[in-house]
Design a protein. Structure first.
Length: 122
C-alpha cells in the first residue's frame, strides 16, 4: 500500500484517524503487514491493552472507539499496520479490512513515557 492510498483511507477514521493522517502527511513511517489476523483474539488483546494503558495513565486517542469498531466490524480477519511519527508523540495502530480497502479502526498511544524511560539517567 502506498502513502497516498493510506491517507485517503484515513479520511473517515475518527479522531485517531485524523491524527494518523496528519502524521502520514508530515512524513511518518508506516508498515502494513500482509498476513491477516483473527478479529476475536485481536479484540480481546486490545481490550486488555486499553485497560493497561488507562491503569498506567498513558495518553491515547481512539482506543475505546477502536475496540467498539473491532467488536462490531463483522469480519473474521483484519490486516494490521503501524504508523510511527517523529513529529507526533503518538504511535498509531491501524486495523484494515482483509482486502485493505478500508480502515476498520485506528488508535494512537503516546510514546512520551517510552521516550522518557529511554532518556532518564540511572
Amino acid at each position: 500500500m502506498d502513502r497516498e492510498t493510506l491517507v485517503e483511507l484515513l479520511d473517515n477514521a475518527g479522531e485517531a484517524g485524523r491524527a494518523c493522517r496528519r502524521a502520514l502527511m508530515a512524513g511518518a513511517s508506516f508498515e502494513i503487514w500482509p498476513d491477516p489476523v483473527e478479529v476475536l483474539p485481536l479484540t480481546k488483546t486490545y481490550q486488555r491493552r486499553a485497560c493497561l494503558t488507562r491503569r498506567m495513565d498513558i495518553p491515547s486517542v481512539g482506543f475505546d472507539e477502536a475496540i467498539t469498531q473491532l467488536s462490531a466490524c463483522g469480519l473474521q480477519h483484519l490486516i494490521l499496520g503501524i504508523v510511527k511519527s517523529t513529529e507526533s508523540d503518538h504511535r498509531f495502530q491501524l486495523f484494515l479490512s482483509p482486502d485493505s480497502s478500508r480502515v476498520v479502526a485506528c488508535l494512537g498511544v503516546s510514546t512520551q513515557r517510552e521516550r522518557s524511560a529511554r532518556t532518564t539517567p540511572d
